[in-house]
Design a protein around this ligand. Structure first.
Ligand SMILES: C[S@@+](CC[C@H](N)C(=O)[O-])C[C@H]1O[C@@H](n2cnc3c(N)ncnc32)[C@H](O)[C@@H]1O
Length: 493
């Protein structure tokens, strides 16, 4: 029985990190406390915020002896912003923790006693690696518009326009947009009331091309129909959502952002400005409709495989998924190609294919590639990308992979030598895994951004005729708790 109570300050020796990057320590009498912002090896004092029977949650009060793995975070917002859970840790220690996380999950959840795990691949460029930023916009205490990031586990905006993981140009774009909003009294969206106009700013940069696409997400159903003010009066607020942006506001934003180009890094330039309409009271950032008000509705980027001696150019729209770390993505896709060992005669399925990124790598070495993806805009991009790269033997289908693939098996009797899956964090749908077993490819290559769901799916596949032959973690998301893993499963003959 432990005597620790809420609001008590206790001394703690931190020995591990939890799934969300919070330090885990024990008090002198063995009580376990989770304390964000602490690092294994730290001796700290923590305030108990929540005390359960066997463990509790605390807040860091004071570091009595710093861990040798502790470093001073580069970002001034690291304490308050929820994005970089590991910026307090030496990069090598972050990598070691991620390697252990993947290994532990493969053993504990995947039931693989001796995982064939290669050492994690670390990033050369540890900051400014993200090619995409999503800034929520709100109203500060002084009534002025602010943009930044959400504090951990909340929707409180921590003002920050220059995230150290993102492109340098983000700060300029955000400054211009906030000044524009302030000058023209354009209200930020308020999640509580559902009023206001500007919800988010999305900025994407093509690392290889320097192209920058800005997308302003607004709380409105349709492009502007007239010149009335967006719902300022309480009366009108109750009746309807804020209306769209006035034409003169759009024109002014275009003028300011195109002129801001001159502050961008050499070689970087604005390629398009889009408005996304999201009138829903929801956490989902993007609405269904996007309008391009200047330039192109997409940006171009290029990925290169030095080993295989080719580059692939991709068109990426605001609503399409694209891996955020250019350097690591190139390594991961090259590894997929290595593991596939294609000879030019094979049929390959690329499931959860996004804009056809992996599909078009595989198409360089396969006879036929079939991609399946749920987002229609991404499939439009994928088809365009096949054209752009002069690839005729890749075809793409829109829909849920777990519905489309069984249909393709039923109607077209498709077969595949290699199946690649790259699902979102929740992993593969069970129906899809069953269909893959039915297709019975020689190889399944699993690209995953969540070791827990990856391990769950590996358990199912290894219990049903496959063997985990290879696994390698990649650090795609330095300073955060996230880790990417590439696995090869081979059919047991
Ligand atoms: C992690 S991304 C991978 C995309 C692509 N392979 C890449 O590397 O860029 C996962 C993709 O799965 C798509 N997706 C999510 N659920 C899906 C489903 N049930 N069926 C098909 N695609 C889905 C998402 O829209 C997203 O494009």
């Amino acid at each position: 029985m432990h005597s620790e109570k809420k609001n008590e300050t206790v001394s703690l020796h931190v020995t591990d990190l939890g799934r969300h990057g919070e330090g885990i320590g024990k008090t002198a009498d063995g009580y376990t406390l989770f304390v964000p912002g602490t690092v294994p090896g730290d001796e700290v004092e923590a305030l108990i915020l929540k005390a359960g029977k066997t463990f509790g949650y605390g807040k860091l009060r004071q570091i009595r002896k710093a861990s040798p793995d502790r470093v001073v975070p580069v970002c001034p917002c690291a304490d308050s912003c929820g994005g970089c859970q590991l910026q307090f840790m030496k990069y090598e220690a972050q990598l070691a923790w991620k390697q252990k996380k993947v290994r532990d999950d493969l053993i504990r959840i995947g039931g693989i006693q001796e995982p064939p795990l290669e050492p994690i691949s670390g990033m050369q460029k540890k900051l400014r690696y993200r090619n995409k930023a999503q800034f929520p916009v709100g109203t500060g205490k002084d009534g002025k518009p602010v943009a930044g990031f959400y504090a951990g586990h909340s929707h409180r905006i921590v003002p920050c326009s220059d995230c150290q993981l993102g492109a340098k140009e983000n700060a300029t774009v955000i400054r211009v947009i906030l000044e524009w909003m302030q000058e023209f009294h354009i209200p930020a969206y308020d999640e509580q009331t559902g009023n206001g106009l500007v919800r988010h700013v999305l900025i994407r940069k093509g690392t290889a091309t320097g192209e920058i696409l800005v997308c302003l997400v607004i709380n409105s159903t349709a492009p502007e129909k007239d010149n009335r003010n967006p719902g300022y009066s309480q009366k009108r607020r109750k009746k309807k959502k804020a209306e769209g942006l006035r034409t003169e506001w759009k024109n002014e934003l275009i003028r300011r952002l195109t002129e801001a180009d001159s502050f961008f890094e050499e070689g970087s330039f604005l390629t398009g400005l889009t408005i996304n309409y999201n009138p829903e009271n929801t956490n989902v950032i993007l609405g269904k409709r996007t309008e391009c008000i200047w330039g192109k509705p997409y940006l171009l980027d290029r990925l290169t495989s030095e080993k295989y001696g080719f580059s692939v150019t991709y068109q990426i729209s605001s609503q399409s998924f694209y891996q955020v770390n250019h350097e690591q993505t190139q390594k991961i896709y090259e590894k997929v190609l290595d593991l596939a060992e294609l000879t030019g005669t094979e049929t390959v399925l690329d499931l959860y294919c996004g804009i056809g990124t992996i599909s078009l790598y595989l198409a360089r070495r396969a006879a036929h590639v079939i991609g399946v993806e749920i987002v229609p805009q991404a499939i439009e991009d994928a088809r365009k990308n096949a054209e752009l790269n002069d690839i005729q033997h890749a075809e793409f289908f829109t829909g849920r992979a777990e519905k489309v693939v069984p249909e393709l098996v039923r109607q077209k009797n498709i077969h595949a030598d290699v199946v690649v899956v790259d699902p979102p964090r929740k992993g593969c749908d069970p129906e899809l895994l069953q269909t893959i077993l039915q297709i019975s490819p020689e190889k399944i290559i699993y690209v995953s951004c969540d070791p827990a769901t990856l391990s769950r799916d590996i358990k199912y596949l290894t219990e049903n005729g496959y063997r985990l032959a290879y696994a390698k973690p990649y650090d795609q998301f330095g300073m955060t708790v996230h880790v990417e893993t590439v696995c090869l499963l081979t059919r047991i003959k």
